[in-house]
Write a protein that binds this ligand. Structure first.
Ligand SMILES: [Zn+2]
Ligand SMILES: [Zn+2]
Length: 188
């Protein structure tokens, strides 16, 4: 095996009793995860933020099948979670984020802003006029992969009307045809 290859357990086989932080490209393996907070890092490692679990909002972990998420993530759906502003801080690279904003969104016509790493293109955060004070973060940027199966497991899937036909309902996950108003559920 070349020394460039990585030797790690799989997500399935990782020890679930401690953080599982695979070393991806350079600089992405210095994140952490503890009882109170965890890191999210872009693919190149330039941008890293910390979010606190206390800032997660009710029903704010969601899969989104909307047509915007489809394109933004260059995938079939997005895996997102919402965290209040005061529980999000950047440890490095905030200046390395750039923005793309549009008001042509599937719901309100209110502006949504994408914040992504200008080096590697990883989308770290979306913010919107329609839900001030909330960061819509990406589960895929979280360094501890085990959190996907615990604290960041999806609670809702939204825009199932736009879901590809070969994907099925996720057991135990609330299904919403259009937009799920998690920002109203959250009581902010
Ligand atoms: Zn990056
Ligand atoms: Zn979406």
């Amino acid at each position: 095996m070349s020394h460039h290859a990585r030797e790690e357990p799989s997500v399935r086989d990782a020890n679930k009793s401690k953080p599982y932080i695979p070393a991806l490209s350079k600089g992405t393996d210095d994140g952490f995860s503890n009882e109170d907070e965890a890191t999210a890092t872009c693919f190149c490692g330039a941008v890293q933020l910390v979010f606190g679990f206390k800032g997660l909002i009710p029903e704010g972990n969601f899969l989104c099948h909307c047509t915007d998420c489809h394109k933004i993530h260059s995938s079939m759906f997005a895996t997102n979670f919402c965290c209040m502003d005061k529980y999000v801080r950047y440890t490095r690279g905030r200046e390395n984020l750039t923005e793309f904003s549009t008001t042509k969104t599937p719901v309100s016509g209110k502006a949504m802003v994408n914040h992504f790493c200008k080096t590697c293109g990883t989308l770290m955060n979306r913010t919107g006029e329609g839900f001030p004070g909330i960061n819509v973060l990406r589960v895929g940027t979280v360094d501890d992969f085990n959190l996907m199966e615990t604290k960041l497991k999806p609670q809702v899937q939204q825009f199932t009307k736009d879901r590809v036909s070969w994907l099925e309902d996720v057991p135990g996950v609330k299904k919403v045809e259009g937009f799920h108003y998690w920002h109203k559920v959250s009581n902010l």
